[in-house]
Write a protein that binds this ligand. Sequence first.
Ligand SMILES: NC(=O)c1ccc[n+]([C@@H]2O[C@H](COP(=O)([O-])OP(=O)(O)OC[C@H]3O[C@@H](n4cnc5c(N)ncnc54)[C@H](OP(=O)(O)O)[C@@H]3O)[C@@H](O)[C@H]2O)c1
Length: 329
Amino acid sequence: MKSETFAADRYDRMTYRRCGRSGLMLPAIALGGWHNFTQRDAAFAMMKAAFDQGVTHFDLANNYGPPPGRAEKVVGRLLRDHFRGHRDELIVSSKAGYLMWPGPYGEWGSRKHLIASCEQSLRRLRLDYVDIFYSHRPDDQTPMEETVGTLDQLVRQGKALYAGVSNYSGAATRHANELLRGMGTPLLIHQPRYHMLDRRIEDDLLPVTDELGIGVIVFSPLAQGLLTEKYLDAIPADSRASDPSSPFLRPEQVTEQVRDKVRRLQPIAAERNQSIAQLAVSWILRDARITSVLIGARTVEQVAQNVAALEAEPVSGEHLQRIEAILSQ
Ligand SMILES: NC(=O)c1ccc[n+]([C@@H]2O[C@H](COP(=O)([O-])OP(=O)(O)OC[C@H]3O[C@@H](n4cnc5c(N)ncnc54)[C@H](OP(=O)(O)O)[C@@H]3O)[C@@H](O)[C@H]2O)c1
């Protein structure tokens, strides 16, 4: 298999932001494989389009598919066949915590689940290590010492370079950070949901990550596609909301209230020569406490459009105030 040729000026095209108070720089926009890395050709086209623009970070998890595991298998083949010689230019992450296999060890935060799942992910990805390994969700039934102690162990074994948590509250993040600090493995990063229609982390989590120097990469920045023009008139057939294999965005979530907000954001996007998707990305990056915006995409065009959000000026001043007025209603 031949190694691919990527754009020579890719690192001039991207903005890199420091991940908390760590040594790691992440691209302002990263690409995730939750839903759309099931077909090898399409996934490669999107990964190449992204890497050509300097997107060095690809985010995965044990259960991404469908079926669960498929996305890591696809990316494993692509890394081997097309990204040979580029491993040290890439940040590949994976996670464990959501249901992956039957029985009491197939999910949550036990040492048993996290170790077994990490080993499985490494085999699917055909990698010796992932750059970031996450506890995908908090587990009230498992001692925090056990969950984060396992992240520490995976880092010490060289199976992950950095530890992360996802979907943890501010208080749980503080606890995880304190324990990990005591073990000598810093908590690099948190991966929460954040977009114009869900701003819960602003009060709970961001003050904590900022104080503790933990990086933040936010998922579903376009509210899974709601923050685009596509749902304004109807639910198109080739959309996540109409895909029965994707139960996470249901037709009933496409409400008139959401449409109304998007319509009212349109003039602001137009004044900035942006699409709604681009405005949604730029709006997130206004906050320096956020390291990276983790987009999902179904097509190369969506990748290109979303990355091009970086070409616009930061959202500020009057635009920011008008957006605030729309979102707070
Ligand atoms: N840690 C966690 O618990 C967690 C949870 C969820 C996601 N994530 C991570 O975050 C990543 C992104 O999440 P997400 O897929 O929900 O992000 P998203 O960017 O909010 O949604 C992606 C979807 O939006 C639509 N879209 C994207 N760009 C568009 C554009 N320019 N114009 C029109 N539509 C556009 C596409 O939907 P259509 O298919 O309808 O075209 C695409 O599949 C995931 O891949 C995963 O890595 C993590």
